[in-house]
Unconditional design. Structure first.
Length: 134
């Protein structure tokens, strides 16, 4: 009986060792995947930083002014008149804000009233971040 019990314990220990090894191997694979993803994220962040720096260089006012002066004959650019700029509040109504006439009620004979559908409020500022590159 002792031998049978010993063989069962050896089998259980072998199965436990195999299970432990399998779990360890899967954990190592997941760790390698995490390191690979972290490297990809770092590369993307570095690329974004490089593109932000490039954009900052490309959009420098001195550079743009020099380009305008060099290509003024081809571009024929004119300064924007301040009276041609409008705020969002000054624009015509959206189609969703145009009054929609309701059908008159035949029983009451009441005149139809215009129904105005409110639109989403327009924000004055955009979400574009400007300034120096961090």
């Amino acid at each position: 009986m002792l031998r049978t019990f010993d063989l069962i314990l050896v089998g259980v220990m072998t199965a436990a060792a195999a299970l432990t090894y399998t779990i360890k191997h899967r954990a190592e694979l997941k760790l390698e995947e995490v390191h690979r993803l972290e490297a990809e994220i770092k590369l993307e962040k570095d690329t974004i930083d490089l593109l932000k720096a490039d954009w900052a260089l490309q959009s420098q006012p001195n550079r743009l002014e020099r380009l305008v002066n060099n290509y003024n004959s081809e571009l024929q650019l004119q300064p924007t008149v301040s009276t041609s700029l409008v705020h969002a509040k000054e624009l015509p109504m959206l189609k969703s804000q145009v009054p929609v006439p309701e059908v008159a009620d035949a029983k009451s004979g009441a005149k139809p009233k215009a129904k105005v559908v409110p639109a989403k409020p327009v924000e004055d500022e955009d979400d574009m971040a400007t300034g120096s590159v961090e």
